[in-house]
Design a binder for this molecule. Structure first.
Ligand SMILES: [Zn+2]
Length: 306
């Protein structure tokens, strides 16, 4: 007898292997971690965090900026800076220039880093955010140049610098040119420090390689989202080389906090309040005011001297 009551699946179970949530018929999203279904409007309202298991799904650079900054306050800089393909990279038909054009169309971004100026609960700051959909947010020469220009403008404008990072590391298609960006970005932050301007770094899942090993971990305060995987080489590579079993939770934000590598684990929904509080303390310090002994209610412009 035919099974008339058998339901047709509305999504493909195999998609669970990808990090991004799957949207069956646009109404529901399936959490990558707990595999439960969440109403998509709720999922968006909760900053793409699963209400059932607290998994923080990946965001695009634009979503990051939309979630973090005050509405309409972002002014993007240097969008025209794109890679010059310094090595004319072509590895058996894997043409870098073509790859960049293709990925730029797919990610709807000309590079893997967005920079600009915006406000967080009324406080001005210079912000950089990586785009993971663009070649794994790898750091090449255009990425490094945009980052350094943003830091230099932060110095010029005397504004704090906030970087939001998620990356696979250096961009191998640019070889040494990409590795040079590690020194270049770190040197720029060193100049920022000399001008007594703070750098707040937010590490998000996944953050690896040259980005973790350079500017992203050279900050006054290093924050990470819950459960974010952060490291230099991936855990599988380390296990293969050392032939040792890695401890439970290795390279998670919580593990790094416990071992003193980062300063705090901050939920996505609490990031704007946390950053605005840091920006408030910075503003107070530069104006020579004493740190106020009150709980900050998050209302911009009301911090006063009293
Ligand atoms: Zn979940």
């Amino acid at each position: 007898m035919p099974d008339f009551f058998r339901r047709k699946p509305t999504f493909n179970r195999d998609d669970a292997d990808q990090d991004g949530p799957v949207v069956p018929d646009g109404l529901w999203v399936k959490c990558h971690k707990c595999k439960d279904l969440v109403y998509s409007k709720d999922f968006e309202r909760w900053y793409r965090v699963c209400p059932k298991c607290d998994h923080h799904a990946r965001l695009t650079a634009t979503q990051r900026i939309d979630y973090l900054l005050d509405s309409g306050s972002f002014e993007e800089w240097d969008r025209g800076i794109v890679t010059a393909d310094p090595l004319s990279f072509d590895a058996n038909g894997d043409v870098y220039k073509e790859k960049v054009q293709k990925t730029a169309r797919k990610a709807d971004q000309p590079e893997s880093l967005i920079t600009g100026r915006g406000r967080i609960r009324g406080y001005d700051a210079v912000v950089s955010a990586t785009e993971f959909a663009f070649l794994g947010a790898s750091m090449g020469s255009a990425f490094g140049e945009k980052f350094v220009r943003a830091v230099e403008r932060a110095i010029e404008l005397r504004l704090p610098f906030i970087s939001i990072s998620s990356s696979g590391g250096a961009r191998m298609h640019e070889s040494t040119f990409s590795l040079m960006q590690m020194a270049k970005t770190t040197a720029a932050l060193s100049r920022l420090g000399e001008h007594k301007l703070p750098h707040f770094s937010i590490l998000t899942d996944p953050c690896y390689g040259g980005v973790t090993a350079s500017y992203a971990t050279v900050a006054d305060i290093i924050m990470a989202e819950p459960g974010a995987m952060i490291g230099f080489a991936g855990p599988r590579v380390i296990e293969q080389i050392t032939r040792q079993k890695l401890p439970q939770g290795f390279q998670t934000a919580e593990f790094l906090l416990e071992h003193g590598m980062i300063d705090m684990v901050c939920r996505r929904s609490e990031l704007p309040a946390t950053l605005s509080l840091l920006l408030l303390h910075y503003a107070d310090a530069t104006m020579g005011r004493h740190q106020p002994e009150y709980a900050y209610a998050g209302t911009p412009g009301e911090e006063g001297d009293s």
